[in-house]
Every structure is written in structure tokens, then in C-alpha cells.
Design a binder for this molecule. Structure first.
Ligand SMILES: [Zn+2]
Ligand SMILES: [Zn+2]
Length: 538
């Protein structure tokens, strides 16, 4: 690097930092700016190598270029499934290294826990580790529980079952594909739907802000946001019943200007518009949780933890009902009402879309519009009245129970499920209470199992294979058993400075791009359009 110490100070200060420049260049090239260095040990040769993995491939917070790339992958996934003309074949994926490692680690911890139990030692800590691991196992893309179902599922009295709304029902056909229509000229049309569903009104709004904050129903807005994903599940169930086939969808949850979540859904196949509207109007979800409308403990007057009994009333020493006891009480009470009933609002939009049209492309872009941002961030409040509105919603969410394990249950005199020391109402760490989540803790993208044949990881692999093919290099899908990945400790001397690593990746990307441009020029000569090429690459 040329760096002249003889330059006058003022001139030196005007020079940009090399590292900042490297970051800017990396962003331009869509290169991950927060790569994670991992050591890859080759079990066949015994050699190890340090490899930069894009942050987007890990579970960590994702940098802007990775977020952008993830959005591209989502768009490819959406495009591929929407107008599918053959049944997808579903086979579970081979487990990857991370999944294997998690399962092995869990087995190890289970053995330790069982040994501790045999020795009559306290297993509380190990139990906590195990339940945390189970969560991670699911987060790593594995379904179900390693041990199968460990506790008996609660059986609800039939009275409490969610009723099936009164809707027409077609006979179920064993297909995921929609109907096609053939024109008199023999052309086959494959229509599908793009549906937008919203939540009800909580009071009049103007430009995303309540006209009268005093009467705006923040409590209802908070509960609706918390249970929104359940309502979407019900809608899909009802949709499948009415449609009479295994309807597949790709949906994105996004915020409205008034900060309520709403849903855009690409649906494979078509139904009459009036039927979709009928289904949405008839769909509801009841939340059968204990009552949470009367504050029992507040301020300094809070339940106290007792190692033996759990949470007790600070004044009387009486043990608070556990989560299961509270549910039993609810079941026994003939006059009980659900804590909350959620429905869609009357504002909805249903569009018919034909495969491969500009309309379809526009819907796909629309579906992925906000995916690079968090719910709250995509609408960052630009003026005081909107910031106040966001603050009032966050306040309404602060004491609302977000789940059976939420610390807020203590406020209503109930021990949360899995109660432990140190819980306090208003201090639940659940994602739903975070201001940027706006009460919605679910996934932003909801993709049904038989949407495309592929998982996101497979779409990624597709892209890689295509690029390698285009470059005339063999795609050596490595044997998953061949490598072991280890984290590299911070400050490891074998890891080059970030700027150097970024520029290295940029150089690699430049080589690819030049080669791609060359191929594209050749293809153009053969009559293939550049967009067709990039569509394949995406
Ligand atoms: Zn990244
Ligand atoms: Zn909570």
C-alpha cells in the first residue's frame, strides 16, 4: 500500500480510510460485509483452511448485501412455485453438518442430565439447556422433537374447539395444482391469485396516525398483532376446505402505515373472488388463554419467587396457580369466554394473475419489498405524531402476555408456563414486545410445504450450480461427511484484516462478472435475452 508519511497532515486527513473504501466497494459488488471466518478441516487430507462464510448463511444479524441476496432468493422461490404445472415431490432433506452437530450435542447433554438424575442431583440447569437446544434444533430447520412428544398434549373439552365456519365445501382432490383453462385456440392458461388481507379498524386514522389517540383501540391492536399468525393458519385451513385441493401459498407479513401487520399472499390456483372474500370474512381464531384483563400485581407489589413453590403472593404467601392449573380452571368454567377473538378487517384485495405476465412479476417484487427490513424499521417514524403512535402501541404491548411462557402472566396472578426465578411483568424478552416487531413475532415469509420442490438452501445451490456451469467449472458438491467446521477465535493471526478479505472476495466477484458478461454477449448473439439469463441466474 502506498502511504506517504511525508504528506502534509491536512492532505492525509482528506484521504478516505482504506477500510471504509473496501466496505463501499464490497457493498457495490453485493459482497457480504460481515463475513464469519470458519476453519474447515478436511478429514480426508487432514488439511485445514480458513473460509469466509457470508453472515447471511449464519443465524446472526444479516448485513445489507446478504439481506439483498436473501431477498433475491425469496423472489426466485416465489416465482418457481406460483404457477407450478407438476406436483412437487417432497422428500426430507439430508441433514446438514449443523443439524447433525446439534443432535449429537443434545444426545450428549441428555446423557449428562440422566446421569445427574440418577445421582439425585439438581437437573434444573441441564433441563434448561436441553429445552434451549430443542428450540435451536427446530430453528436449524428440523421438524418435531428428538424424543417425540414428551408431555401429553392437553385435551380440550369439545366446547372449546375452534368451530368450522359455515362455508361451502368441495370434495378433496389429491393435488396441489390449480385448474387450467384452454382457449379455443388451444392455449393453456394457468391462473392464480394474489390476495391482500388486513386487520380491522381500531379507530379512524389519517396518514397512518389515529385521528383520536384517546379512543383508538390500542389494546385490541396489540392482541390482534400478537395472534395474527394463528389467524393466517385458520385462513389457509378454510381456504383448502373450500377449494377442495391442497392449496399452496407464498406469503409475506408486512406492516401497514398504521403499524398493524397485514398479509400479501400468492396462491397457486384460482377460486372465484367472492369465495375468497367469503372465506376471509368467515375466518376467526379464538385465544383460549386465562383472563388477562384484571391487573392483580403491579408496581412494587409483585409475586415473589420461592424455590420450592414457585411464585407466591407477596402479601399472603399463597402460591399462584401454575399455567396448567389456570388452563384447567378455564376448562372447568362453563361460562368462560376466550381471552381474545381475532378476525380480518373488511379491507381486502383479490387479484387474478396469469403465469409469466408482467403482473405476476410485479406481485413477486411487491411480496419481497420489505423483506430486507424489520417490520418497524421499514416504516421508521418520520414525524413526531407517528413516533408517538408507535410509542403508544409499544406501551400497549408491554404488559400483554405474548405466549404461555411470558413473564406478564405474573401481573394477572398466574405463574407463566415454565416459571423460573427472576421474572417480572413488563420485562419479558419475547420478540413480540420489541418496538421494531410491532407485536408480531412470527416469520415474515410463510411458505407452504409443497410450494416449490425446494428449500431456500436448495434455491441457493441452484444458483451456484448455474454459475459454475456457466463458468465451465465442475460443481463438486462436497461430501458432507468430509469436512468439520470449527469457529475461529477472535484475533486469530491466520485471519486477514477485514478490508483485505473483502477486497479478495470483490476480486473474485469481478472475475465472475467479467466472465458472465462475456457469456451474455455470446448468448445475445444466439438470441437469448440478457434478462432471461439473469432470471436463470437469480
Ligand atoms: Zn453478510
Ligand atoms: Zn412476553
Amino acid at each position: 500500500m502506498i502511504y506517504d508519511r511525508a504528506l502534509p497532515r491536512a492532505e492525509r486527513l482528506r484521504m478516505p480510510w482504506a477500510r471504509d473504501v473496501a466496505l463501499e466497494v464490497a457493498k457495490q459488488y453485493g459482497v457480504c460485509i460481515r463475513p464469519v471466518a470458519l476453519k474447515r478441516i478436511d478429514l480426508q487430507t487432514g488439511q485445514s483452511e480458513i473460509i469466509d462464510v457470508p453472515c447471511g448463511a449464519t443465524m446472526a444479524a444479516v448485513c445489507p448485501p446478504c439481506a439483498q441476496r436473501n431477498r433475491q432468493l425469496r423472489m426466485a422461490q416465489c416465482r418457481e412455485g406460483w404457477h407450478l404445472d407438476h406436483e412437487p415431490a417432497i422428500t426430507p432433506d439430508e441433514p446438514n453438518d449443523e443439524q447433525r452437530w446439534l443432535i449429537e450435542f443434545r444426545a450428549d447433554m441428555q446423557a449428562r442430565r440422566d446421569a445427574a438424575e440418577q445421582a439425585e442431583e439438581d437437573t434444573t440447569d441441564l433441563d434448561a439447556v436441553l429445552s434451549g437446544l430443542d428450540g435451536e434444533i427446530n430453528a436449524a430447520g428440523m421438524r418435531g422433537n428428538v424424543l417425540g412428544r414428551t408431555t401429553a398434549k392437553r385435551t380440550r373439552s369439545t366446547r372449546r374447539r375452534q368451530d368450522t365456519p359455515d362455508l361451502p365445501r368441495r370434495k378433496m382432490a389429491d393435488t396441489t395444482l390449480g385448474r387450467t383453462f384452454t382457449s379455443s385456440g388451444g392455449k393453456v392458461y394457468r391462473p392464480s391469485l394474489f390476495v391482500t388481507l388486513t386487520l380491522p379498524s381500531y379507530g379512524k386514522v389519517r396518514d397512518g396516525v389515529p385521528v383520536d389517540p384517546e379512543t383508538y383501540d390500542y389494546a385490541r391492536a396489540a392482541r390482534d398483532a400478537l395472534h395474527f399468525s394463528k389467524l393466517v393458519d385458520r385462513f389457509v385451513q378454510n381456504l383448502r376446505r373450500v377449494a377442495g385441493y391442497d392449496v399452496q401459498y407464498f406469503a409475506a407479513v408486512e406492516p401497514q402505515k398504521r403499524l398493524a401487520p397485514h398479509l400479501h399472499m400468492a396462491i397457486r390456483g384460482t377460486l372465484p373472488r367472492t369465495e375468497i372474500k367469503q372465506i376471509a370474512a368467515a375466518t376467526y381464531h379464538q385465544v383460549w388463554w386465562p383472563p388477562a384483563d384484571q391487573v392483580v400485581f403491579d408496581g412494587e407489589h409483585l409475586p415473589v419467587w420461592d424455590e420450592q413453590a414457585g411464585y407466591v403472593n407477596p402479601a399472603t404467601g399463597e402460591v399462584l396457580p401454575t399455567w396448567d392449573e389456570a388452563l384447567d380452571q378455564l376448562d372447568a368454567d362453563e361460562t368462560a369466554e376466550p381471552l381474545h377473538v381475532i378476525r380480518f378487517g373488511t379491507q381486502m384485495d383479490v387479484q387474478g394473475v396469469l403465469a409469466g405476465t408482467p403482473d405476476a412479476d410485479q406481485c413477486i417484487r411487491y411480496l419481497s419489498k420489505y423483506l430486507t427490513k424489520s417490520l418497524g424499521e421499514s416504516l421508521s417514524a418520520d414525524n413526531q405524531s407517528r413516533r408517538d403512535h408507535a410509542a403508544r402501541l409499544a406501551e400497549a404491548l408491554r404488559f400483554e402476555p405474548c405466549s404461555p411462557t411470558c413473564a406478564n402472566w405474573l401481573r394477572y396472578g398466574i405463574q407463566p408456563k415454565g416459571a423460573k426465578a427472576g421474572m417480572a411483568p413488563g420485562r419479558c424478552r419475547g420478540k413480540a414486545h420489541k418496538p421494531e416487531a410491532l407485536g408480531y413475532a412470527g416469520r415474515r415469509v410463510l411458505v407452504s410445504r409443497k410450494w416449490s420442490n425446494k428449500t431456500l438452501a436448495e434455491h441457493k445451490q441452484d444458483r451456484r450450480t448455474w454459475v459454475l456451469e456457466a463458468l465451465g467449472q465442475p460443481d463438486q458438491s462436497p461430501d458432507p461427511h468430509r469436512y468439520v467446521w470449527k469457529p475461529v477465535p477472535a484475533g486469530d493471526a491466520n485471519v486477514a484484516p477485514l478490508a483485505v478479505r473483502l477486497l479478495r472476495t470483490v476480486a473474485e466477484r469481478q472475475r465472475w462478472r467479467a466472465h458472465m458478461a462475456q457469456l451474455e454477449a455470446q448468448a445475445a448473439g444466439q438470441g437469448l435475452s440478457a434478462t432471461e439469463q439473469t432470471a436463470r441466474a437469480a
